[in-house]
Design a protein around this ligand. Structure first.
Ligand SMILES: [Zn+2]
Length: 699
C-alpha cells in the first residue's frame, strides 16, 4: 500500500463547516473516523484517540474533567459514540497513589472500571493511562506504516531526531500499560513544546489543544515521514528482485492448489478459513532477495504480530522453475517444522504463570512469485491478518531501505502474545458456532431451498459459496446474505452444473475465496412433466444432465478437493420424494432423481474411508420461493390434478399425512443437520421432509 501511495500525501480532510456545530465528544468521533479511514494512518483496530472534556457530574451536578477515550475493541475508522469509554480524570490521577511499580502494572487494569464516568458500560482499554497522563486535551495514538518504519529501524532514535528535530520526541520500546502512561507524562513535562513522540517498535503519539489541531498534527507528522522516505528510500525495494513474478492466472492456479492442502494440515484443532493476497506490495516482497532474512526477523508492531504470529512461513516454491507437486509434497514437513519452532519459542520464553501454548500453526504463508496466503478461524480474521502483514511489509520496506530493520525482541513478543490480560480477553470470547470455520458450496444457491440452506449454514458460522446460473438472482441472494451476515461470509459463482469446465472453475473460485471446502450441498434442479410417449429425447436428457450428470460433476470435484485436503468432507444431495416413489406423467424427472439418490449411496460407500459423508434430503412440494414451481411445472401439475394453480399448495398439504405445508426452511434444517457434526455418524441416509408420505417411506 505504501508502494502505491508513496508519492501521495495524506489529505487534510477536516471540514470546519461540518465540525462547527459539534460537541467535543462529537468532534472526537469525527476526528477518529477521519483518521481511521486511511490504512496508511493506522491499521484496522489499531491506535486510539481521546479528548478531555468538562462535563456535569450526574451525581453532584458539579463540572468535572472526563476522559473520553476509544474503549476496548473496535476500530477508530468505524467507531461510534458508544465505542468510547468515559472516565473521571481526578480518579485516574488518584490511581498514581496506589501504583506499586512496573512489575505490578497489570493490576492497574482492574482499577480502571472504578474510574468510570456516567455508568458507561464500554470497557476501558489497556491504552487508557497513555491518554490520561499526556497533559494535553486531545491525544492521538496511531500506527502509521511510515512512522513504524522509523520506529523499527536500528537507529530509530537518531532517525526521529533527524526528521523531526525537537518537535517529536522518542521513547524506547515499552509494552503498552500503566508504566508507559507515566513515561509519556514525564516526557511531556520535560518537553513542553513537543508535539508528539515516536514509540520505538510501536507507533506515534501526537496531541493538540483542539480536536482540529490534534488531527492536523497527526496528518502533518505522518506526511513528513512519508516525504522523508520518498527522498531517502530510493533504492530497489527489499534489496532488489531475485525471483520472477508469475502471471496473475498462474498465481491464482498455484494458490488454489496450495490452499486446501495447507488448510487440511493446520485444521486439526479448529477449522480455518483462508485468504489470498497478491497485491503489488506483497509481490515486491515475495520476489525479493531479502524475503527469507526479513521474514525470519518477524513483525515489529505488537498489533501486527498478535494477528500474524511472530513470523510467517515461507513456502518452498521456485517461481523460476515452478513445480507445485514438489512443493505440495514438502508441505507436511515444512508445517511440522514451523510447529516445532513455535513450540521451542514457547518453551524458551514461557513464564511460570504463562497460559498454555496456543495453536502453533503459522497464520501467514508467503509463496515466492505468487503471493501471500493467510489462514485464521474465520474469513474476516484471515483477511485482517493479511492486511496487517501488508502493514508489516511496508514497515520492513521502509526500515530496510534507510537503515537495518529490527523485529521486537523475542521475549517481549512472547510476553505480549501470552499476556494474561490478552488471555482473559480470549477466555471471554463466546463459544464458536457449530459451523464456524466451515466452508460450504450450495448449487442452486440463489433459489428457494438453496438460499434458505445458505442462510441456515451461515447462521451457524459457515462461509458459503452460492453457485447458480441465474446471475440476477445470484446477485440479489449474495447482497441479501452479506447484509445479514457480513460480506466476508459469502461469495457467489456462476456455475452451470452440467458443464465440466464451469464446475471446475466454480470450485476453483471457491478455493481461492475461502481456501478449502467442507460441505457440498448439491441442490440445483428442475422438474418437468410429460407422458412417456410425449417425452422428447431432449427433455429426457435435460433431466438426466442436471439431476444425474450435474450431481456427478459437482460431487467429483468436491471429492477431489476433499481428498487433497485430507480433512473429511460432507455432501448433501437434495433429491425428491419422486426419486423413491413413482409419479404419473414425470418419468424423466423421477428416473433422474432415482439416479441421483443411487449416486449418493455409491459415493457414501466410496467416501467413507476418507471420512467423507454423503446423505440425501428428500423434499416434497416445496412451493414457496422455488424457481421450479414458478414455471410451467406448476401449471402442468395443476393440469394433471385438474385444479387451479392457486389450489396446489392446499392440495399438497391435504395430501400429506401430517396435513402440513413444507417450506424451504424445513429442508434447510434437515440439510444443516446432515452437514453438521450432529450427524457425524450418519452416511448413506435419506431424510424425508415431506410432511409424511407413505409411498416414500425408506426401506
Ligand atoms: Zn499502539
Amino acid at each position: 500500500m505504501l508502494d502505491k501511495h508513496q508519492g501521495a500525501r495524506l489529505a487534510n480532510l477536516w471540514d470546519d463547516g461540518k465540525a462547527a456545530g459539534m460537541t467535543e465528544p462529537e468532534k472526537l468521533l469525527y476526528r477518529s473516523n477521519l483518521l481511521g479511514s486511511d490504512k496508511r494512518i493506522t491499521n484496522y483496530g489499531g491506535g486510539n484517540t481521546s479528548a478531555k472534556v468538562m462535563e456535569k457530574d450526574p451525581l453532584t451536578g458539579e463540572i468535572v474533567e472526563v476522559l473520553w477515550v476509544k474503549g476496548s475493541g473496535g476500530d477508530v475508522g468505524t467507531i461510534k459514540m458508544d465505542g468510547f469509554s468515559t472516565l473521571y480524570m481526578d480518579k485516574l490521577r488518584a490511581l498514581k497513589g496506589i501504583y506499586r511499580g512496573v512489575e505490578f502494572e497489570d493490576e492497574m487494569v482492574g482499577y480502571l472500571p472504578h474510574c468510570t464516568f456516567n455508568l458507561n458500560p464500554r470497557a476501558a482499554s489497556i491504552d487508557t493511562p497513555l491518554h490520561a497522563y499526556v497533559p494535553k486535551p486531545h491525544v492521538d495514538h496511531m500506527h502509521p506504516d511510515a512512522i513504524i518504519a522509523i520506529a523499527a529501524s536500528k537507529n530509530s532514535r537518531e532517525l526521529t531526531s533527524k526528521i523531526f528535530g525537537d518537535e517529536i520526541g522518542w521513547l524506547p520500546w515499552k509494552r503498552p500499560g500503566y508504566e508507559l502512561g507515566l513515561w509519556l507524562e514525564k516526557f511531556c513535562q520535560e518537553n513542553p513544546d513537543a508535539r508528539g513522540v515516536v514509540l520505538e517498535s510501536h507507533g506515534l503519539f501526537t496531541w493538540g489543544d483542539t480536536a482540529k489541531e490534534a488531527y492536523e498534527t497527526t496528518i502533518e507528522i505522518i506526511n513528513r515521514a512519508i516525504a522523508w522516505f520518498e527522498t531517502e528510500n530510493t533504492g530497489p525495494a527489499f534489496g532488489g528482485r531475485s525471483k520472477p513474478v508469475l502471471a496473475a492466472a498462474d498465481r491464482a492456479a498455484i494458490a488454489k492448489k496450495l490452499m486446501p492442502v495447507i488448510r487440511g494440515l493446520i485444521s486439526a484443532g479448529e477449522s480455518k478459513v483462508g485468504h489470498f493476497d497478491d497485491s503489488q506490495a506483497v509481490l515486491d516482497f515475495v520476489t525479493s532477495t531479502s524475503l527469507e532474512p526479513l521474514a525470519a526477523l518477524g513483525t515489529s508492531c505488537p498489533d501486527h504480530f498478535l494477528r500474524t504470529k511472530i513470523r510467517p512461513l515461507v513456502v518452498d516454491f521456485d517461481p523460476a522453475q515452478p513445480d507445485v507437486g514438489n512443493t505440495l509434497a514438502g508441505l507436511p514437513e515444512a508445517i511440522a517444522t514451523y510447529r516445532a519452532d513455535y513450540a521451542a519459542y514457547d518453551e524458551r520464553c514461557k513464564r511460570a504463570d504463562s497460559p498454555a501454548m496456543r495453536d502453533p500453526n503459522a497464520v501467514v504463508y508467503l509463496v515466492p512469485g505468487v503471493g501471500m496466503i493467510t489462514f485464521a478461524k474465520d474469513k474476516a480474521t484471515a483477511r485482517i491478518s493479511a492486511e496487517f502483514y501488508v502493514n508489516a511489509i511496508n514497515v520492513m520496506r521502509g526500515a530496510s531501505g534507510v537503515s537495518t530493520y529490527v523485529g521486537l525482541p523475542e521475549q517481549e513478543a512472547f510476553d505480549i502474545e501470552y499476556w494474561l490480560l490478552e488471555e482473559a480477553k480470549l477466555q471471554r470470547m463466546p463459544k464458536p458456532k457449530s459451523l464456524a470455520g466451515r466452508i460450504a458450496l450450495v448449487t442452486g444457491g440463489a433459489g428457494g431451498i438453496g438460499k434458505a440452506t445458505a442462510n441456515r449454514l451461515m447462521q451457524e458460522g459457515a462461509c458459503v459459496v452460492l453457485a447458480d446460473i441465474d446471475e440476477t438472482a445470484l446477485e440479489a441472494a449474495q447482497t441479501e446474505l452479506s447484509t445479514r451476515y457480513g460480506k466476508d461470509f459469502v461469495r457467489s459463482v456462476n456455475m452451470n452444473v452440467t458443464s465440466e469446465a464451469a464446475v471446475e472453475s466454480g470450485f476453483g473460485d471457491a478455493l481461492l475465496a475461502f481456501g478449502g471446502l467442507d460441505i457440498l450441498v448439491s441442490n440445483a434442479g428442475l422438474a418437468t412433466s410429460a407422458a412417456v410417449e410425449d417425452t422428447t429425447l431432449a427433455l429426457w436428457n435435460k433431466n438426466m444432465d442436471i439431476l444425474a450428470t450435474g450431481y456427478f460433476l459437482v460431487s467429483r470435484e468436491a471429492f477431489r478437493i476433499f481428498r487433497n485436503q485430507k480433512a473429511g468432507g460432507n455432501v448433501v444431495f437434495v433429491a425428491s420424494k419422486n426419486g423413491l416413489a413413482a409419479s404419473p406423467g414425470a418419468s424423466a424427472y423421477c428416473t433422474a432423481k432415482a439416479a441421483e439418490i443411487h449416486l449418493a449411496r455409491c459415493l457414501a460407500l466410496e467416501g467413507a474411508s476418507a471420512q467423507i459423508r454423503v446423505n440425501v434430503v428428500n423434499p416434497d412440494a416445496v412451493l414457496r420461493g422455488s424457481k421450479i414451481w414458478t414455471g410451467e411445472w406448476k401449471e402442468q401439475r395443476a393440469a394433471a390434478y385438474k385444479m387451479d394453480v392457486d389450489e396446489l399448495e392446499a392440495h399438497y398439504r391435504e395430501r400429506s399425512m401430517l396435513k402440513l405445508s413444507v417450506f424451504p426452511e424445513d429442508i434447510a434444517e434437515a440439510i444443516y443437520f446432515l452437514a453438521s457434526d450432529m450427524s457425524a455418524k450418519s452416511t448413506g441416509n435419506i431424510v424425508n421432509v415431506d410432511a409424511g408420505n407413505a409411498q416414500s417411506f425408506t426401506r
